[in-house]
Design a protein around this ligand. Structure first.
Ligand code: EPU
Length: 338
């Protein structure tokens, strides 16, 4: 039976590096342990902790914090062209990407260097450089917090959208994802190099016929140049989602801000990079003591050392208010505030 510890600092368990205490903490490394811990009646409130890369901890946690440490990657089946790979929830996401590249399995190379674990990746349908988790996702398994039964979720059941899934909607807080199965290519890899600066980065690297490894290297290079490494500066990646506004709203904005970047989503929907809105609001690179807005990517809030979660939360509210006042756009936090 796993050992329940008391008053454990969560600083090493969240990429923002916020120092709050878990009153009760347990790490589970197999399904049996997880089931036993879930059934403990003396801890009615539980908080599930994966890679800690999408959360802002604003206070000490009274619930039993369950750290999901389920490890293992296995090939479920394969044919000449594709392989089905099952990875357990506690595997580090980037290590899993590197494992797939070492095996020459393609499909997730654009998602290189995203912090967090395999098990939390489907919750917000992680995405970067033109690829989302859902593109290679086959299914996942999760344990019900109520019945402790293992349930399988097909891709359709997950209802994936931009930074969203059923696990952020109807099934929020109801399941603990324990494993994810992916369909990866073994040959004739379909490369996605049209997004943003991947193509120009490949050109700089003088690569004319890129491999999946080359694409991964470009993504790593771009991310390292724009995004802070959580091991050096605490952060949680994009703090906000990119907002979607109406065409009418966009048409009024473009009169005052002719340089506003935009991506068309549908006939009446336009996505605006929140990073641009925050930069235009004057926050990019602003530092307030131990916390602030990253200098290279305004979407990322950072902890330079000993920031409190509440300081960062207040800054995020100030940013939201300012963006609302200047552009009449509400930007929504992407990270979970706890
Ligand atoms: N921009 C600015 N100032 C900034 C940042 C961005 O003006 O400080 C504008 C620029 O016009 C730039 C555009 O925003 O061309 C887009 O920027 P970028 O390519 O960096 O992408 P993003 O929309 O800001 C999204 C994801 C990132 C992901 C990148 C690349 C969201 C919320 N964020 O950012 O995801 O890495 O695209 O695909 O969708 C994450 O979720 O943690 C994350 C880092």
């Amino acid at each position: 039976m796993s050992h329940i510890k008391q008053n454990i600092s969560l600083k090493p368990y969240n990429t923002f590096g916020i120092d709050v205490l878990a009153k009760h903490f347990v790490s589970v490394s197999n399904l049996e342990e997880l089931n036993t811990v879930l059934a403990l009646k003396e801890y009615p409130n539980k908080l599930i902790l994966g890679g800690g890369s999408n959360m802002l901890l604003t206070k000490n946690q009274k619930a039993l914090v369950i750290h999901i440490n389920l490890k293992g990657i296995s090939i479920v089946s394969e044919d000449d062209n594709f392989v089905f790979v099952k990875a357990n929830a506690g595997e580090n996401w980037h290590k899993f990407v590197l494992w797939s590249l070492n095996n020459n399995f393609g499909g997730i190379e654009n998602l290189s260097l995203i912090p967090g674990n395999v098990g939390t990746a489907p919750i917000q349908n992680i995405g970067a450089y033109g690829v989302e988790l859902k593109d290679t996702f086959v299914s996942c398994e999760g344990v019900s917090m109520e019945t402790y039964q293992l349930k399988s979720f097909s891709k359709a059941a997950c209802n994936f959208g931009y930074r969203s899934s059923i696990f952020k909607q109807q099934a929020k807080g109801k399941y603990i994802i324990t494993s994810v199965t992916f369909k990866l290519s073994k040959r004739a890899h379909k490369l996605n190099i049209n997004y943003g600066s991947i193509a120009s980065q490949l050109e700089t690297m003088q690569i004319t016929s890129p491999t999946i490894q080359d694409v991964s290297n470009s993504v790593i290079h771009i991310r390292e140049s724009k995004l802070p490494n959580p091991k050096e500066i605490g952060n949680s990646g994009s703090f906000f989602k990119n907002p979607i506004i109406s065409k009418t709203h966009y048409n009024t904005l473009i009169e005052n801000f002719p340089d506003i970047p935009s991506y068309t989503i549908s006939n009446d929907e336009i996505k605006i990079p929140a990073g641009w809105l925050i930069e235009k609001s004057g926050f990019k690179g602003k530092r307030f003591g131990d916390y602030g807005v990253h200098k290279n990517q305004a979407l990322v809030l950072v902890n330079y050392g000993n920031a409190k979660g509440s300081d960062i939360l207040n800054l995020s509210k100030l940013i939201q208010k300012t963006v609302k006042r200047l552009f009449d756009i509400s930007i929504e936090a992407e990270v979970n505030i706890l």
